[in-house]
Design a protein around this ligand. Structure first.
Ligand code: 4NP
Length: 145
């Protein structure tokens, strides 16, 4: 799961996807990173932590890191939040196999950055949850609500 800062959106996406994977007994390794390096070593934004907590998902122990080309080797699928993330991650792809792993979490739209609007965290959480469920349906072939 990749966004710009790795403090607002992608930590939520990591937490939600891990939570759903655990719930459905999927042995998936889920992680997140940012294309930027400003917040490396920090925990997630407190607003994301609180929003996730309200939905029963603990993201408080995550630590921000930057996306690196080696992540193409470590993961089968790289889900990005918006089109800037998409071009930034694709610019690090070393070959077509790397590039083929990258897609928007929400196929046809972006997860907006909630950083400057406190009221956007819950809508963003819901968008991310919907996207994660779609990924589980598609890749694990599960019928989930
Ligand atoms: P995120 O939000 O990409 O969802 O983690 C942001 C958080 C911080 C910054 C940008 C986006 N920033 O510029 O510090």
């Amino acid at each position: 799961m990749v966004c710009l800062g790795n403090i607002c959106r992608s930590p939520l996406a990591e937490g939600v996807m891990q939570h759903l994977a655990d719930e459905h007994n999927l042995d998936w390794t889920v992680d997140s990173a940012g294309t930027g390096s400003w917040h490396v070593g920090e925990g997630p934004d407190r607003r994301s932590v609180r929003t996730a907590q309200r939905f029963g998902v603990d993201i408080s122990k995550q630590v921000c890191r930057q996306f690196k080309a080696v992540d193409f080797d470590r993961f089968d699928l790289i889900l990005v939040m918006d089109n800037n993330n998409l071009s930034d991650v694709l610019s690090l792809a070393r070959n077509e196999q790397d590039a083929a792993k990258v897609r928007l979490l929400l196929n046809d739209k972006e997860v907006p950055d909630p950083y400057y609007d406190n009221n956007q965290f819950e809508p963003v959480y819901r968008l991310i949850e919907g996207g994660c469920k779609d990924i589980i349906r598609e890749y694990a072939h599960l019928q989930i609500d």
